[in-house]
Design a protein. Structure first.
Length: 129
């Protein structure tokens, strides 16, 4: 039997890509370089080696996701297998912020477009019924 620390020997950017936090590995690398990924309250570089039970926070737009490393996948895994490799500790309020932002973007009007038309108001009213 191996210890949990021996099981997880993945690079941070590869792990983020493998557990489907980012769509591509270059996006994960760029997020690390931009300072959007922290491990244990320290900004992490993409090549940092992860250990089991470390806490990772990832800023994705308006959502601050919190994840715990469980193990290292051999390669990118399917969505159904992600819980075997990471535990999502993100509070539900973070996902609610993203939903609110999406609704605000739908309701926002481009500057200089004038008042909403009758049709625009009807579409707006249908969204909230």
């Amino acid at each position: 039997m191996t210890s949990p620390e021996a099981e997880c020997t993945a690079r941070l950017d590869k792990w983020l890509w493998a557990v489907r936090i980012f769509k591509t590995r270059p996006l994960a690398t760029e997020a690390c370089r931009a300072g959007n990924v922290t491990v244990g309250d320290l900004v992490a570089k993409p090549a940092r080696t992860l250990r089991a039970s470390e806490i990772i926070t990832v800023q994705q737009g308006a959502v601050l996701r919190t994840l715990r490393v469980v193990a290292s996948p051999p390669s990118r895994v399917g969505a159904a297998l992600v819980p075997n490799f990471c535990a999502d500790l993100t509070p539900p309020e973070e996902f609610e912020k993203a939903r609110e932002m999406r609704v605000q973007q739908l309701l926002a009007r481009a500057p200089g477009t004038g008042r909403p038309t009758k049709r625009d108001r009807r579409v707006h009213d249908r969204l909230f019924e």
